[in-house]
Design a protein around this ligand. Structure first.
Ligand code: BYC
Ligand code: FE
Ligand code: FE
Length: 475
């Protein structure tokens, strides 16, 4: 506090000169208590008074952007940071070669607002979905990682709300309120995108979500980081540095789960792993099938006029757009993308989509490639433990609710199925209520530093040089 007034640079670490803008200060002053109310009500249940060993972003330079300390979550400093500018000129779409924008051009105001609000909405949505997980954390290490992800998704919300307040006036302030009103899974005011209304009830859900759904975040943020609207490009660029940790939590979480199961399969080769409280690999595979397919839905339809407009107007690019070896054509005016699906008579057909309209599919394909790389690392666990099992990713036609494949059913190999066949066989591929009930029985909380629930191995190392048995959360 300075002279009885809040010094915003203390409360909200930032490099956007909050203390220079009265208008922004006023908007933040109004929104901040609402955010705190939301955090108390829909953020992590319990543990809000406990010290958690968290990292906080304090500057944007690569060497020292984060500090680690014990913090109570409600006292976390949710900062606002823009990464340094990457380019001065627009490098794709119809505006290629022109200067990037420091304010919002009138003709793109609605589209930009929509993109920012859609992105923003996922951040609190995910915190709400994960609200109860602290109670069943398999270790203090994992509990701390969950809370780290939660406070950072809270910061991502701040990052987007900053853009809304600074660049979208009254509309932006209204949208900022809406972000705290919509609620994951709510019948009347759900979150905007499908996947952010799906329940995350156990830690295998959480790890799969962080692996597959946060990875959509990586690709969407990467695409927005190419935007001609420089403040959006720079904010999302910085968010990506935090996203890497979320993906780490997901990938290593599933990796540690399957390693434990593989170990127990070796130790007791003639017994069902459920007798020793491990999670059977075919249940893990079903969770993967589920979370991967619902995460593919987050890319929108393969054929999208919105996507074409966003690309043409240089609002949203491809992942790593400036890599002209990968993307030699920055305009994509005359090329096409082809995709196989079923026509209305149920016959296989190949659809040609003009490339700009197919940008959701192009972005999704880079996501799929990345996901395969992580999958291969999981399968190395089985090689090392000398177990024959291999995990797989289902076809992109499997279990889709959005896009060209939403109209029909397919098995995990991508063979089209009738509705009847699907009903008969879907339990082979997706978690059943019995599978979920079993996993729930494994979710026993473990609270002693350095100890882990039986279904998961300890990590290779602790957080930021601390030992594995460090007291990551002081209970
Ligand atoms: N659910 O033309 P279409 C993250 C709507 S994750 C519900 O195919 P378009 C994170 C669509 O809005 C990253 N509705 O798609 C991860 C449109 O509505 P209107 C989140 C959907 O417009 C973990 C209509 O269907 N960021 O950060 O190209 C933890 C026709 O759509 C869905 C972004 O998504 C769906 N799945 O939209 C925390 C980036 N898909 O116009 C955080 C911003 C489509 O009929 N968003 N619709 O009302 C976008 O770039 C685009 O809006 C989309 C695709 C990628 C969502
Ligand atoms: Fe996020
Ligand atoms: Fe994330």
């Amino acid at each position: 506090m300075v002279d009885g007034k809040v010094n915003y640079d203390d409360v909200i670490p930032n490099n956007v000169a909050i203390s220079d803008s009265r208008k922004l200060q006023r908007a933040i002053k109004e929104w901040h208590p609402k955010f705190m109310k939301w955090w108390w009500e829909r953020g992590p249940e319990s543990y809000q008074h406990n010290d958690v060993y968290l990292r906080t972003a304090i500057t944007v330079d690569a060497s020292g952007w984060a500090t680690y300390a014990y913090v109570r979550m409600p006292e976390y400093k949710w900062g606002i940071f823009l990464a340094p500018k990457k380019t001065e000129t627009i490098h794709f779409g119809d505006r290629q070669g022109q200067e990037t924008w420091e304010s919002v051009p009138g003709e793109h105001r609605n589209d930009l607002r929509r993109l920012i609000v859609t992105q923003a909405d996922t951040e609190p949505g995910s915190v709400e979905q994960q609200q109860l997980l602290g109670h069943s954390a398999p270790s203090l290490y994992d509990m701390r990682n969950l809370f780290q992800v939660n406070v950072e998704e809270g910061r991502h919300l701040w990052a987007m709300v900053y853009l809304l307040m600074q660049y979208f006036g009254r509309d932006g302030r209204e949208e900022s309120e809406g972000l705290l009103i919509r609620n994951s899974g709510d019948a009347d005011t759900p979150r905007i995108l499908t996947t952010f209304n799906e329940p995350i009830v156990d830690w295998l859900d959480f790890f799969c979500f962080a692996m597959f759904t946060d990875r959509d975040g990586k690709y969407q943020l990467g695409a927005l980081a190419e935007s001609a609207f420089a403040p959006l490009a720079r904010t999302t660029q910085f968010m990506l540095t935090e996203e890497a940790f979320h993906l780490f939590v997901g990938e290593t979480g599933v990796g540690r789960t399957i390693r434990r199961t593989a170990q127990l399969m070796k130790e007791t080769p003639n017994e069902d792993v459920t007798t020793v409280d491990a999670i059977p690999l075919d249940i893990v595979q079903k969770y993967i099938n589920y979370w991967y397919s619902v995460s593919l839905d987050l890319f929108g339809s393969e054929d999208s006029s919105n996507a074409a407009n966003f690309f043409g107007a240089s609002l949203k690019g491809r992942f790593g757009e400036s890599n002209r070896k990968k993307y030699p054509d920055p305009l994509c005016r005359d090329t096409a993308y082809s995709i196989e699906c079923l026509d209305e008579n149920g016959r296989k057909t190949t659809t040609e989509i003009p490339m700009r309209r197919a940008m959701n599919a192009v972005l999704r394909d880079t996501y799929i490639e990345d996901t395969y790389r992580a999958l291969r690392r999981w399968n190395k666990v089985f090689e090392k433990e000398d177990i024959q099992y291999r995990l797989q990713l289902p076809s992109d036609r499997f279990n889709r609710k959005i896009g060209l494949h939403a109209a029909h059913q397919a098995d995990v190999e991508g063979n089209f199925l009738t509705a009847e066949e699907w009903e008969k066989r879907k339990d082979e591929w997706l978690p059943t209520p019995e599978d979920k009930a079993y996993v729930k029985t494994c979710m026993v909380p473990v609270r002693e530093p350095g100890k882990f629930a039986n279904w998961i191995t300890p990590p290779y190392r602790g957080v930021s040089g601390k030992p594995i048995d460090f007291e990551y959360v002081r209970l």
